[in-house]
Design a protein around this ligand. Structure first.
Ligand SMILES: NC(=O)c1ccc[n+]([C@@H]2O[C@H](COP(=O)([O-])OP(=O)(O)OC[C@H]3O[C@@H](n4cnc5c(N)ncnc54)[C@H](OP(=O)(O)O)[C@@H]3O)[C@@H](O)[C@H]2O)c1
Length: 304
């Protein structure tokens, strides 16, 4: 009998496994994507363009997005529309969602890739810990605001770009702003990704029978700009120690495209994928009782 890895370590096997790919067309599908000005999201954007999707990019830096749009359109002549929103400001998320809803009568795919990792605790001007806000609250709010349009456009798919980093946990619903505990980057990141996963299961249940699916994925351990907001020591470690073990982010784009486009994913919902392989998340991220509390808290914190 071969050696079986425990559930907690199965990601080590999955990251070496052969991944699935899709060449399904996305022509005629409206795809909304956040975080597409860099890294994982940018690679997903390229795949969406190759797949002929109508693309709606939501970004915090319009100038950067315009250059990317021009570049992409030189290669693939697709529609790319740009909307501005800083995901650390929930009022920005609301405004952008409103603008998109006013313009697009159909939305078939929503990909939430905007995210960050911060080694220090930073508070947003609306009073939330930054990483929790951008990685979880903003994507939660944005998803909810677009939900009815996704239902009207069914079949539709929601993809939350999550992380194996959820395994770091760090979620304490009585201390989401880290006033009682010492903040570390890994635990802050883990808290945000755990909260997001817990709400994915809740939303998936809510969406049953609607023709809209929601799944989360770890997009691989890939070379992107994540962490570039941190201090020189962190960046030095990232580029000199970790960098060589990371992979090209094109694998993230392929995986997101598979989840977004492939016919095999049509009815799959409420799952966590390591790239394209379904994986059991950490135990704390499967606690449905906690999930219901996180869901209610997220509704309240985002003013829903
Ligand atoms: N890289 C990995 O190995 C890895 C592993 C697991 C999970 N992930 C997840 O993948 C997602 C994308 O990360 P990445 O690695 O691609 O990092 P990245 O290269 O830094 O890209 C992050 C994207 O999010 C956007 N963003 C960050 N803060 C934002 C804000 N306040 N408002 C709006 N947009 C914001 C960035 O915009 P700008 O271009 O303006 O900076 C960029 O487009 C994240 O959710 C991350 O947790 C990545």
């Amino acid at each position: 009998m071969g050696f079986e890895l425990p559930d907690e370590l199965i990601f080590m096997k999955n990251k070496k496994a052969e991944q699935k790919k899709s060449d399904a067309s996305m022509a005629g599908k409206v795809c909304v994507i956040t975080g597409a000005t860099s890294g994982v999201g940018l690679e997903a954007l390229k795949k969406l363009a190759e797949g002929k999707a109508d693309i709606v990019m939501v970004c915090r830096n319009l100038e950067k997005a315009k250059l990317i749009k021009e570049d992409i359109q030189k290669k693939w002549p697709v529609n790319i529309d740009l909307f501005e929103a800083d995901f650390s400001i929930l009022s920005d998320v609301r405004r952008a969602a409103g603008e998109i809803l006013a313009k697009y009568k159909q939305i078939h795919v929503l990909i939430n890739s905007a995210g960050l990792h911060s080694t220090t605790k930073v508070m947003t001007r609306e009073g939330f810990e930054m990483v929790f806000c951008v990685n979880h609250l903003a994507s939660f709010l944005f998803t909810r605001l677009l939900m009815d349009r996704l239902k009207e456009s069914a079949p539709a798919r929601i993809i939350q770009v999550n992380s194996e980093g959820h395994r770091f946990n760090g979620l304490d619903i009585n201390d989401l702003n880290w006033n009682k505990r010492f903040y570390t980057g890994l635990r802050g990141y883990g808290a945000s990704k755990t909260a997001q996963l817990l709400t994915v299961w809740e939303v998936a249940d809510e969406l049953k029978g609607s023709g809209v699916t929601i799944n989360a994925l770890h997009p691989g351990d890939v070379r992107t700009n994540i962490g570039s907001n941190n201090g020189w020591l962190y960046r030095c470690f990232l580029h000199n120690v970790t960098w060589h073990s990371l992979k090209e982010p094109s694998i993230s784009g392929e995986a997101i495209y598979y989840l977004a486009a492939d016919p095999d994913m049509l009815d799959v919902s409420g799952k966590f994928f390591h790239l394209t392989i379904e994986e059991k998340p950490a135990k704390h991220a499967l606690d449905r009782e906690l999930g219901k509390k996180v869901y209610d808290l997220s509704m309240r914190m985002t003013g829903l």
